[in-house]
Design a protein around this ligand. Structure first.
Ligand SMILES: Nc1nc2c(c(=O)[nH]1)N[C@H]1C(S)=C(S)[C@@H](COP(=O)(O)O)O[C@H]1N2
Ligand SMILES: [Mo]
Length: 503
């Protein structure tokens, strides 16, 4: 176990100097995610939700512990089998690293260095263990020698483990907190928008306890992505390439992007994986440049119907070209979120935000390439994994307060929540108690049709157990269906329903 920890710690340390993504632990994690059959992945995520990455690393840790035990016992009983096992496991790690998107062969160095020292530690500690065992079994020179050999082994292991843990944890903290990108982000001043967002009407925020705030603070904004390590993209090195079916390929640097007249626009972003009543949705003000203007510079071919956007870590989304070119849709290449540069986990330095489409087909974080292509020719990351190629956001509503299962006192109770139909707008929200008649809730204001709206209904709660249901109707006249569908393949449907007891 000591040599396993030493191997990993040194690989972490070396990866700070080579590339953050050259850490074998994270590369193997990403590999496992890629190789896990879809059905199993969906089942696990259904069980543990957004704790999936934590669960992955715990499983990886247990697997490594078992492999380490095998290595140690094998080296003690049948040398050099342990060494061979360690080198083989490290070789798998190195292979995982060099097959990551945009990896180079140099990325294998941290794993190789870690494994080399790991093997040395393995042999040293096993030699000491063996000496201790032999001095015990021969018994001739009495307990004194055995005591010396025992101390020699335990000191080596103890000091080695402490050093490895300090190096490993220190490297992790360094890569997380002290990375150049964090520093650059903190020093960054975003320009004022040339087209500021219309001020949020005072009536947009009902300010009720338990109700999601109209604007979601950055720190509370849901996060969904496939990145085990947040990609570190330095804005000074960032370029967006527009390629594929275009008249002329173009590139844009971060400085060029910031010099353009930026627009600010409030958009509610939603995840297709959101269950009815779920919280994978948030509303923020985004600062950015219209994607349509960037595309126009490159001159998209009339035959193209999709933009395949790609992130620094190789993730892709396929967005309908007509949505991106629509002059009435503020699809942005965003640099700011609620007045701050994008947080690292939300796509720093640049991401896409497209009103009306689920994130998996539109909201590429750490975006570095837009490729004009056709739905018939290419597909985004989730499209061959059971999700549909197109993902317009479905009209939905959610009850935030009271919470399901709440114990209430009789009398006036605010039933409140949010409803959304991005880019169409919410027209009406209705609530019914115990399957009775639908009652119209009071709608709060909103900045535009691209955001959710809060709603509230005053309910005179009587003693007993009650069911509360909600449904929304959007500006196109469509009323939410009660037919229940799971998130796969294009978003959940059904009415959000909660139970409360009043006494
Ligand atoms: N690079 C990258 N961008 C991505 C994803 C991803 O996995 N990788 N996930 C998408 C999905 S599925 C959603 S719902 C949104 C979530 O954005 P957020 O994490 O900022 O809330 O990001 C999108 N952009
Ligand atoms: Mo998503």
């Amino acid at each position: 176990m000591l040599s396993a920890v030493v191997t990993l710690a040194l690989a972490e340390l070396a990866s700070l100097f080579v590339a953050p993504a050259s850490s074998p632990l994270f590369a193997v994690g990403a590999w496992i995610v890629d190789l896990t059959p879809l059905g199993f992945k969906t089942w696990i995520i259904g069980l543990v939700g957004t704790a999936d990455k934590l669960v992955l690393f715990i499983c990886l840790g247990v697997l490594l512990l078992v492999l380490a035990l095998v290595t140690g016992v094998a080296e003690l009983e049948r040398p050099p089998v342990g060494t061979i096992v360690l080198v083989a496991v490290a070789a798998i790690g190195a292979l995982a690293v060099v097959t990551r998107p945009s990896a180079s062969i140099v990325w294998a160095l941290p794993t190789a260095l870690g494994a080399a020292v790991g093997v040395w530690v393995l042999r040293q500690s096993i030699a000491r263990l063996r000496r201790w065992r032999e001095s015990q079994s021969t018994g001739e020179s009495a307990a004194a020698v055995a005591g010396v050999d025992r101390r020699s082994f335990l000191t080596f292991v103890g000091v080695g483990a402490a050093a490895a843990l300090i190096v490993g944890i220190g490297s992790q903290l360094t890569s997380a907190a002290n990375s150049a990108v964090v520093t650059v982000r903190e020093a960054l001043h975003l320009p004022k928008p040339a087209v500021p967002a219309p001020s949020v009407p005072a009536g947009a925020e009902l300010d009720l306890p338990g109700l999601a705030t109209y604007v979601t603070p950055n720190a509370a904004f849901y996060r969904i992505d496939t990145a085990l390590q947040v990609p570190a993209v330095n804005p000074n090195d960032w370029h967006l390439r527009v390629v594929g079916m275009v008249d002329r390929e173009t590139t844009l640097s971060f400085a060029e992007l910031l010099a353009l007249p930026l627009t600010e626009h409030m958009v509610t972003l939603a995840c297709v994986s959101n269950e009815v009543g779920g919280d994978l949705i948030g509303n923020a003000s985004w600062l950015g440049y219209p994607i349509r203007e960037i595309l126009k510079r490159a001159g998209p071919s009339g035959d193209a119907d999709m933009v395949l956007s790609r992130s620094a870590d190789g993730w892709t989304a396929g967005t309908p070209l007509d949505v991106l070119l629509d002059p009435n849709t503020d699809a942005l290449l965003a640099v700011g979120m609620n007045g701050k540069p994008l947080p690292l986990e939300h796509g720093f330095p640049v991401r896409m935000v497209v009103p009306g489409l689920y994130g998996y087909v539109s909201a590429t974080k750490w975006v570095v390439e837009l490729k004009l292509t056709r739905f018939a020719d290419e597909m985004g990351y989730w499209t061959d994994k059971g999700w549909s190629a197109r993902g317009p956001v479905k009209t939905e509503s959610r009850i935030d307060t009271p919470r399901s299962g709440a114990a209430l006192s009789p009398g006036r109770t605010a039933v409140a929540g949010v409803a959304w139909a991005q880019h169409t707008g919410i027209d009406r929200v209705e609530v019914r108690i115990d399957g009775g008649s639908w009652q119209r809730a009071r709608l709060a204001d909103s900045a535009s049709a691209d955001t959710w709206r809060q709603w509230v209904l005053d309910w005179d709660a009587s003693a007993g157990d009650h069911t509360i249901e909600v449904r929304a109707t959007d500006a196109s006249g469509y009323t939410q269906t009660n037919a229940e569908a799971p998130p796969v393949p294009d978003g959940a449907t059904g009415w959000h329903r909660i139970s409360v007891s009043v006494s």
